[in-house]
Design a binder for this molecule. Structure first.
Ligand code: GSH
Length: 119
């Protein structure tokens, strides 16, 4: 019989789903709508005008399993959890540091741009 403190095992299907999301989206962040760091990350990505996907795990259906599995897979306990070109860069602090050093622009060079609004 398992103890109540044991960590539930990852669902392999959820794990595969996360791997697919990261592989298919050059820029993807797992976020929460209530999180100010996530709001900052969303703003930076919007300002960079790169196509990106943000999955708000607190309002997405199945988001809590997604977040649980993501934490197990990455060891990162907080959101945002950001991936660029398949590589986990960390959270908002790391994103801001990359932006400040100019490294972020280099990482985003190959990422498709968002369409500019006309008018
Ligand atoms: N240094 C981190 C701070 C992120 C952080 O503290 N996020 C909070 C939400 S605002 C969090 O993930 N708390 C745990 C949770 O919501 O599960 C960053 O810059 O991304």
């Amino acid at each position: 019989m398992g103890s109540s403190l044991s960590t539930p095992k990852n669902d392999p299907q959820v794990e595969a789903h996360i791997q697919r999301l990261v592989a298919e989206n050059p820029v993807i962040a797992f976020t929460k709508v209530t999180c100010p760091y996530c709001a900052s990350t969303k703003l930076i990505l919007k300002q960079k005008r790169v196509q990106h996907v943000c999955i708000d795990v607190d309002i997405t259906s199945g988001g809590s399993a997604l977040h649980h599995t993501l934490k197990q897979m990455t060891g990162q306990r907080t959101v945002p959890c950001i991936f660029i070109n398949g590589q986990r860069i960390g959270g908002n602090s790391e994103l801001r540091a990359l932006k400040k050093s100019g490294e972020l622009d280099k990482m985003l060079e190959s990422v498709p741009r968002t369409a500019d609004h006309v008018g």
